[in-house]
Design a protein around this ligand. Sequence first.
Ligand code: BG6
Length: 475
Amino acid sequence: MDYSFKESNIPTILVIFGATGDLSRRKLLPALFDLYENNLLPDMFKIVGMARRGLSDEDYRVFAKEAIEKEKKGKCDEIILDKFLNYLVYHSGDFSTPENYKKLSEKLISIEDSFGACSNKLFYLAVSPSFYDVIFKELADSGLTIPCNQEIGWTRVLVEKPFGEDIKTAKKLDETLGLLFKEEQIFRIDHYLGKETLQDILMFRFSNLIFEPIWNNKYIEKVELILNEEIDIEGRGSFYDRIGALRDVGQNHILQMLAFIAMDNPKEFNAEEIRKNRASVIEKLKVVPKHNLQNYVLRGQYDGYKNEDGVVPNSKTETYFKIKAFIGNDRWRGVPFILESGKALDKKRAEINIHFKKMEACLCPPGVEQPHSNVLTFRVQPDEGISILFWVKKPGVEMQLEPKKLSFSYKDEDAKRITAYERILFDAIIGDQTLFTSTKEVSAAWEFITPILENWDDLELHEYKKGATGLDDEL
Ligand code: BG6
């Protein structure tokens, strides 16, 4: 993996489909501005925003300025921001008209003329998945994805999850992609992979001798993978009600957390090996038995969800799930992996807890309940970092044990942290696919999730109050 800026310093054009949407406003434009501020964009760079709204270049710059200032809560250097805005141009048009792609192509050619060079091109689909097919097809038909030169001028497509809605639609989407583009051109985004703590799991596991030898079913009791949120569906009713929590974050973010925790050592630090090992552990997930799904899966919906805009009045969509999963390989056989996520809960908490087994015998003082267990926690957010809970003697004359934490937090570090979207955009520009999901990972994840979705209706849908900690029932 080469992160040298030199490599990324090739003239590049980023086309964003859905340039006025929520994702562009809240994540992409602020992340691109941050990359610019940190001098991590190529010298010759342009962002072409494409959407249906009729805006001029200047209107779009005003739109972007407001979006960035809002996300940065006013804390950005106006002079740098104004310079960044010069990178932006706007192309208005709907996504299904071939004529629009012809015009887009002319725009890209005129940008390349102004660079005086053939440029790399990235096409970012920040749109509802219902537009994927038509955009892929039009991109390919219009010739926009043909590189302008053999050596440089590659083209890449960036696709946001969800990749399909079940195994069947995901396969169809992949077939379409596979017909039009090569795998090395396809960057499937799961922004959790861009999170610092997730990447750190690999470094932590494979650079410290003290954990890897006990990273297996002999020493680990259970693993919890949690992505709980305080926010509710925030006005995304019509999208969310079709998708539900399991598709929204279970099929992707949580299974990627699991992959980093459970995968084998890739031995080589490159995209191919890391993606291969992530895929093979997801493939080893055991399909949850249909006949007693209730012993493995819980689902819930927050009180008031049915009144949200865009949600059907008798909706059975889950806003919460908990799954007990098992991995069928020698390392993990018998260890439960608890996957949990919910909206409108008491607090934002994305973390992974590795519960080690209790010591078979401990030097515990008489009368003290024994033995105790250690817990290693990867905090994905907020307060990214790692901590371990261990047991020590309580100071004083009595022989008593108490739990303590060894903890490390990224916020205490001097180094500048980058957001997941900055990371992802940067890696897409330099062409590193490590933090993007491969076709194998996507289909392995659907193979595990689809049978649960197919039997959802057999399960009780528990109602929970907004602000609850989750569903308490044990699995
Ligand atoms: C998105 C989901 O992929 O991830 C959202 O669509 C969810 O529903 C979000 O809120 C969580 O991401 P983060 O980075 O805020 O934890």
